[in-house]
Design a protein around this ligand. Sequence first.
Ligand code: LMR
Length: 403
Amino acid sequence: MEKTMSHFDSVTLAPADPILSITEAFKADPNPEKINLSVGVFVDDSGVTPILETVREAEKRIVKTNATKSYLPMTGSPNYAALTQRLCFGDALADSLGSRIVTAHTPGGTGALRVAADFINANLESKNIWLSNPTWANHKGVFAAAGLQAKSYAYFDQATLRLDYPAFIESIKAIPAGEVVVLHACCHNPTGADLAPAQWDEVAAIAAETGWIPLLDFAYQGFGTDIEGDAHGVRAFAKSGLPLFVCQSFSKNIGLYRERVGALQIVTGSEDETKRVVSQLKIAVRTNYSNPPAHGGVIVETVLGDAELRARWIEEVAAMRTRIHQVREQFVDSLAAAGVSRDFSFLKDQMGMFSFTGLTKEQAITLREEHSIYIVDSGRINVAGITSQNLPRLTQVLKGILD
Ligand code: LMR
């Protein structure tokens, strides 16, 4: 039969997502010994991503109290705004900033980034957005989709697999006033190489001097040092009186991945600025998804708004963080005990779920195709995916590949 013309003939095959496509391939792999170290999802030692106990409790309460499924306001509920501001900035700073903080409840951290990007494109003069080299594989796509031009600043030393602080500082000092600079507030994705508190203070001073605008991607609060310590950078900028964007995610720290819950916090210079910023933010929200999905947001409000549940949740975050730190230690020790010649001790110093292993793309492909071990092609691994069950095989395979 003759092929008929289709309006879709012009549709070309897009490249697969560098992170999520690896999990798709993992799911399709029949090997019972397969290991997924790609997407940033926490699993416990039995390989399960649990629903937090505090989330289960919150959902029980919500079932009893929920009275309507009518729309939320475009930027979400005022209570959600107040509670997420306090988590982000701390009580004292949230109080002193008062009406200078604008909040939008967004579908996940990615939603917060996209709303911020649309706001920047529509309202700020510069269309440049500065990203760390390397950065989260989706940053460039999100900002480009909103019409912004991605630029990159130095961050990581590929030779030592550690932060290159002098190169980073030199690079950000040269960024022009009025351009937006995306920084990872903690648990740098993909490298796990974070700034120390004093370094954050220096970076905030540089922003104040040069006049560039910070945008902090804050997806892992509580997974680095603790809830308050991980907010040091965000709060250093907020104290400096500069305009600031923060994109919060509750996927990891409240385990609400599939509920898509996040927030965009914008710190403005005055109450008058706040009015204008809110009005523009509503346009960005309305033209993307109208208003946020409620369920995950009510869970966040219930957990953060109840002193007893909030205290229990802080402990649950601490337990996830402790497991990640322990796994890092076990992984490095296991590689050393197996006689792997390369020194992986840098993995112990890195923060959060991710580390850059220094493995090449070819090695990542070999791991995937020959051993059913799934890591991102950049060599990034999600250390939280390592369990006592899969560690021995992972170690042996890596030894075989590296030595
Ligand atoms: C990751 O980097 O793996 C996570 O942030 C999940 C995602 O959406 O990519």
